[in-house]
Design a binder for this molecule. Structure first.
Ligand SMILES: Cc1cc2nc3c(=O)[nH]c(=O)nc-3n(C[C@H](O)[C@H](O)[C@H](O)COP(=O)(O)OP(=O)(O)OC[C@H]3O[C@@H](n4cnc5c(N)ncnc54)[C@H](O)[C@@H]3O)c2cc1C
Length: 446
């Protein structure tokens, strides 16, 4: 490693953070998972990213690429390897006002994007949290507050600039390296480091955003009515239903239906939202016109030692009723994880299955369970969680990579069905034959 390190010190213009340095404690872990890398590199340019990749490859060190550092599985750090932290590559630039083309650095966060685009009346459908990274969220999906109208975050990507495992800078779009472009939209960080994305943003006004809450006892009826309504509601409406939150009462916690209506006409918004209000006894309703940038929440860093174990899957139309019935039942238990159901469908489902490497276009809902607590508590909850997923298994399919805290073979198979995986593996063989970028839901080159 020493001669590789000397070359790096010569060629690298960014920050090199080593164990013992004052900054190391803050730089070593990602937001949700602690780590003890041999080095953290913060490139300040594409050439720095090339130097960092060259260093990791020649030193034979494991690589973790960190975008916003919010990955649940902790891919934004490692033990003993090198972390390439893209946080300094966070520039957001409007390239073309007419076509709403935006260039975004591979280490930007969605908060930085929303703040930069708001004054131009633009937004990109992304996620719900400011501190989440553009890189991680986009490369495997991006289910945000405009998902039913504009699709996944990756559906708005029009080009990417990538540093490959060989240190080459490659551009990917429909016209240039189209197979890489296909793979980057769903295949995660497997193919290289995206130093910049180009997105087509959408015009936005204020949106009607907030939470409509119902008593826990009405969960089954509210969830079913909610899903029925979303089938015919305008695609301007995107919604997430949460239940069994232990911080607001566990089995007694209200059913929180979060809504975002993409438009500022109060009459149209009411027409989309009132049927939800009529589903049960409304105990809270704070829906109000809100600038899109303010719909994103800040995001919190859990205290050291606290684990978040997330699992996810998709519900397809024929099984939605049974899945919601099961979730309402699970929510009545003291030991229920936090249950969250997100509407997808709409624009997501209109993209052909093979247009990108995101393989779950036909799903109507995406569900997530989250168990939070100190590591031993989370471990003790696993058998109960397995039992819940055992009940759900016959009725759900696949998994959403962005809400998976694990990366077993079964997880990878759930994210990438065989046909998608085979096509991704062919792209992997071309751009990362040595599997340098293995810190992800890994597609192996062989
Ligand atoms: C509080 C919170 C809220 C969330 N809300 C949503 C939501 O509303 N919708 C949603 O869809 N998801 C959401 N997520 C999930 C989120 O999309 C994933 O956690 C995602 O992986 C985070 O990306 P990141 O860049 O912050 O993470 P990181 O841990 O930095 O990266 C995750 C993965 O992406 C790779 N990666 C990141 N950037 C690059 C890049 N530029 N080039 C190549 N590889 C890269 C990393 O190597 C790693 O494998 C949320 C997560 C949290 C913790």
């Amino acid at each position: 490693m020493s001669s590789a390190l000397e070359t790096l010190r010569r060629d690298f213009g960014g920050d090199i953070v080593e164990p013992g340095a004052e900054e190391y404690a803050a730089a070593s872990g990602s937001v949700l998972v602690a780590g003890s890398p041999a080095l953290v590199l913060r490139p300040g340019s594409v050439a720095d990213v090339q130097a960092a990749v060259g260093f990791a490859a020649s030193a034979g060190l494991a690589v973790a690429v960190r975008g916003g550092g919010h990955g649940f599985a902790g891919f934004g750090t490692n033990d003993g390897g090198v972390v390439i932290d893209l946080g300094r590559l966070a520039d957001v630039r409007l390239l073309d006002k007419e076509r709403h083309l935006v260039r975004i650095g591979g280490g930007a966060t969605w908060g930085q994007v929303a703040t930069a685009l708001g004054p131009h009346g633009l937004a990109i459908s992304s996620g719900d949290t400011r501190s989440v990274g553009v890189g991680g969220l986009t490369l495997t999906g991006g289910i945000g507050w405009k998902v039913r109208k504009y699709g996944l975050a990756l559906d708005s990507v029009v080009a990417a600039e990538v540093v490959t495992a060989g240190g080459e800078v490659v551009h990917a779009s429909a016209a240039e390296n189209p197979e890489l472009f296909w793979a980057l939209r769903g295949g995660g960080g497997n193919f290289g480091i995206v130093t910049a994305f180009q997105f087509a943003a959408h015009p936005t006004t204020d949106v009607f955003h907030g939470r409509i809450a119902f008593p826990a006892s009405e969960a089954a009826r509210v969830l079913q009515g909610w899903a029925d309504h979303l089938r015919t509601a305008p695609e301007e409406l995107t919604s997430v239903a949460n239940l069994a939150n232990p911080f607001t009462g566990g089995p007694e916690a209200p059913v929180e239906v979060h809504v975002s209506y993409d438009g500022d006409d109060p009459r149209l918004a009411a027409r989309a939202l009132d049927p939800i209000r009529r589903l049960g006894t409304v105990v809270d309703d704070d829906v109000a016109p809100t600038p899109y940038a303010d719909t994103l929440v800040a995001g919190v860093t859990p205290p050291p030692g606290i684990r978040l174990l997330t699992r996810s899957a998709f519900a397809y139309p024929a099984e939605v009723s049974e899945v919601l019935r099961l979730l309402a039942d699970v929510a009545t238990s003291e030991r229920s994880p936090i249950l969250s159901v997100r509407s997808v469908g709409g624009a997501v489902s209109r993209v052909p299955d093979d247009a990108t490497a995101y393989a779950h276009r036909g799903a109507e809902l995406m569900l997530v369970t989250t168990t939070v607590g100190p590591q031993p508590v989370v471990e003790a909850a696993r058998p109960g969680l397995d039992a819940i997923w055992g009940r759900l298994a016959p009725h759900v399919r696949g998994a959403y990579a962005n809400f998976l805290a694990t990366a077993t073979e079964a997880d990878v198979a759930a994210v990438y069905p065989p046909q998608t995986y085979r096509r991704l593996a062919a792209v992997k063989r071309r751009y990362d034959p040595g599997n340098l970028f293995a810190g992800n839901h890994n597609v192996r080159p062989e």
